[in-house]
Design a protein around this ligand. Structure first.
Ligand SMILES: [Zn+2]
Ligand SMILES: [Zn+2]
Ligand SMILES: [Zn+2]
Ligand SMILES: [Zn+2]
Length: 315
């Protein structure tokens, strides 16, 4: 639809009037042969009902419409018009080509977005400001967000179910591989690889630990202490296939040659600093896993790693 001709200052050239709506051309297009110009919206609508030029009935399709010549566009852009918001008090007179920019900022625009000054933080159309009620609006907002939250929670619960299904299937598969590995070498290699990767994943999930007093090491922990450490390992997700070996390795009788006696331990003190230690959650103990310590001398390491329990001095 074109612009109401009454909005314009002075006379408007006949060339600039749309023959369909009788307004001043808005976003004009012209027919290819006869060069009659129309508002884009007007001629598109017209052709959808009958594919001819409304002035001389020559055949025309939407695809054949062209942009109007620059001279016509220049004439249009120089026309002076009043603002859409005259009824709301705007007295501005503008060039047609700056009307869009003005409308976006016109302070008389009844729909201009305004921040509520009562403190709710919402942005609302100016003409709704008088009716605006912070509490009511915020309540509505909370209600919709609560709805979304409920949806998310439901989705999350469904995802958890799926994950648990997968975990169960994975456990079964592992069980199956364990049973098969005895007789099948390919299966054995695959299962070994899966187990190694499981250990690396678990090791990556544990926090680094620093031992400040290696002298506090307990080389012969009693059964109660061992049980406590084992429970903590199990809760941290320690892969089942190494947990017993790890716990066996918390006693000096299973330690590597470099740690096996008080004397060798004292001689090798300086090598301790090379260990990458991981925290046993909540306990005065560290894990020295083989997968974290490939850089350490062989006589200082055992498969799959060591648990070192301390009286104190773990950070
Ligand atoms: Zn028109
Ligand atoms: Zn025509
Ligand atoms: Zn205005
Ligand atoms: Zn408010």
């Amino acid at each position: 639809m074109g612009f109401d001709i009454k909005r314009f200052q002075g006379d408007v050239d006949e060339e600039l009037i749309c023959p369909i709506c009788s307004g001043v051309l808005e976003d004009p297009m012209q027919a290819p042969a006869c060069e009659h110009a129309f508002c884009r919206a007007c001629i598109t609508e017209w052709i959808s009902r009958q594919p001819t030029c409304p002035v001389d009935r020559q055949a025309v399709t939407v695809g054949q419409l062209r942009a109007v010549p620059r001279i016509l566009r220049n004439l249009l852009s120089r026309l002076c018009t009043s603002c859409d918001n005259v009824p709301h008090g705007c007295t501005a007179i503008l060039k047609l080509d700056s009307l869009a920019n003005h409308l976006a900022e016109c302070e008389y625009n009844p729909k201009r977005p305004m921040p509520c000054e009562a403190g709710c933080g919402l942005v609302i159309p100016k003409d709704e400001l008088a009716e605006h009620n912070c509490v009511r609006e915020l309540r509505a907002l909370i209600a919709t967000q609560q709805g979304k939250l409920t949806d998310y929670q439901q989705e999350l619960a469904e995802q958890r179910l799926v994950i648990n299904e997968h975990k169960r299937e994975l456990a079964l598969l592992k069980e199956f591989m364990r049973a098969m590995r005895v007789s099948n070498p390919a299966m054995r290699a695959l299962a070994d690889q899966m187990e190694r990767e499981e250990v690396v994943r678990w090791a990556g999930s544990l926090a680094r630990a620093r031992v400040t007093r290696w002298g506090g090491m307990i080389s012969t922990p009693d059964d109660v202490l061992q049980m406590m450490i084992k429970r903590s390992l199990s809760e941290s997700g320690c892969p089942l296939h190494i947990i017993d070996d790890l716990m066996e390795n918390c006693h000096e009788r299973r330690w590597p040659p470099g740690l096996s006696s008080l004397e060798t331990r004292q001689n090798n003190r300086r090598l301790y600093e090379k260990y990458v230690c991981k925290r046993v959650p909540g306990k005065q103990a560290v894990l020295v896993l083989q997968c974290d310590n490939t850089h350490v001398d062989e006589h200082m390491m055992v498969e799959p790693g060591l648990v070192m329990i301390f009286a104190h001095g773990i950070e």
